[in-house]
Design a binder for this molecule. Structure first.
Ligand SMILES: Cc1ncc(COP(=O)(O)O)c(C=O)c1O
Length: 391
């Protein structure tokens, strides 16, 4: 299998492609879907074999053997991230969005303020709203190199005292910022100082570019284990979000007991497909596939950045990982309606509107580059045409 192998997902009930026209008005026949965080690649053979194994066994009844599934998660975290995870600390949720919502319900109260560093994955704010907590936005700033940074000095003056929890994205969605150890330590100190719990959403942890190292929060700042909830999943890395399986893990026994009290009452159990896919993904074969994948995405990024940066006024933020690129249109001087219209209607590309990711995202669009290289080149050429009057 090559990542270049074309894959037509239209008409397969694939959200990213089949909802593009209803959501953006971008025509299905010649539009490019670069929005939802879902990749267009053929799944690894190891995943196909796992699914075939389920079919061959022809048994969809109640199942056991969950130890090998949690062992696979622990193996992966140790092998790929140097994180020794206790299988007892893991709770399986219905995807990670669900895991985050459960955590909010379990560990905070209605009306509590939840900190997010914006712009950030739009569902964070939605989960906070759905669980009747209150969004507290703390804006990220860009350094001289254009990278997002947290600005803890500035945040000191923005707090109300009603904040209870920080919802953190590591690596960051959008733009794939891979946070440094020192930044994670500073975040930990901030949480301690203001008595905040911390959800470290590390769903993108495996998708880092050459020379980058992702630090799981629990390793970067062991001093805050007693206030830490780690959320991980194989879903982004292996593009198996349809398996709806996430892992919420709480290394601290006391915090875990609090979480468990709520979680038990939900009476949730993992599903057969999600377990089979996760177990097959977190293997040496899966690891080799991820190494190839990240190299492929990094090259996509290089090509996309070169093409975008060649358009006067548009800049692609430097990426250190993930496939969620972040393009800044502010240099064009155009209003949001204008640049969005050109991308949607002239280039026929569905990209995620930046303002939906919170304060600071207004002049951006998020382009998903987890697709075949030919599509990346096509997107560059369409965008250059759509903004050709700026040349
Ligand atoms: C940071 C982050 N967390 C959670 C999710 C959602 O995960 P799931 O599909 O497992 O609910 C996403 C999806 O893009 C994400 O980017």
């Amino acid at each position: 299998m090559s990542f270049d192998t074309p894959k037509d997902r239209l008409g397969t009930d694939c959200s990213k492609w089949d909802l593009m026209e209803p959501a953006f008005g971008v025509p299905a026949e010649d539009g490019l879907a670069m929005w939802i965080a879902d990749m267009d690649f053929q799944p690894g053979d190891f995943l196909q074999r796992a699914m075939q194994g389920l079919i061959d066994r022809a048994d969809y009844g109640y199942f056991c053997g969950l130890e090998s599934y949690t062992d696979a998660i622990c193996w992966w975290m140790q092998e790929r991230h140097g994180w020794t995870l206790d299988p007892e600390a893991i709770f399986t949720t219905y995807g990670l969005g669900n895991g985050i919502a459960i955590t909010l319900n379990a560990l905070t109260e209605i009306g509590d303020e939840i900190i997010i560093f914006t712009p950030v994955y739009h569902e964070f704010a939605k989960k906070i709203g759905k669980t009747r907590r209150v969004v507290k936005e703390l804006p990220l700033v860009q350094d001289e190199a254009g990278l997002y940074r947290m600005d803890f000095d500035a945040y000191e003056g923005m707090l109300s005292g009603k904040e209870r929890l920080v919802m953190f994205c590591s690596p960051h969605n959008p733009a794939g910022r891979v946070w440094e150890q020192a930044e994670l330590s500073a975040l930990a100190a901030f949480c301690q100082k203001h008595d905040l719990l911390l959800i470290s959403d590390e769903i993108h942890m495996d998708l880092t570019f050459a020379g980058q190292r992702h630090f799981p929060m629990t390793l970067a700042a062991p001093e805050i284990t007693d206030r830490l909830v780690m959320t991980t999943s194989a879903s982004k890395t292996f593009n198996i979000a349809g398996g709806r399986t996430g892992a919420v893990s709480l290394p601290d026994p006391a915090l875990r007991a609090r979480f468990e009290l709520f979680f038990r009452g939900l009476d949730m159990q993992p599903n057969l497909m999600g377990v089979a896919l996760t177990r097959a993904a977190y293997t040496p074969e899966g690891a080799a596939w991820v190494d190839e994948l990240t190299a492929y995405i990094e090259e996509n990024y290089r090509i996309f950045k070169e093409g975008i940066d060649a358009i006067p006024g548009i800049t692609l933020m430097p990426m250190q990982g993930t496939y969620l690129s972040w393009a800044d249109f502010s240099g064009t001087g155009m209003a949001r309606a204008e640049f969005s219209d050109r991308v949607t209607n002239r280039a026929k590309i569905a990209a995620t509107p930046g303002h939906t990711l919170g304060t600071g995202g207004e002049n951006f669009l998020r382009f998903n580059i987890g697709t075949q290289r030919a599509r990346i080149k096509e997107a560059v050429s369409r965008l250059q045409d759509a903004f050709s009057d700026l040349q």
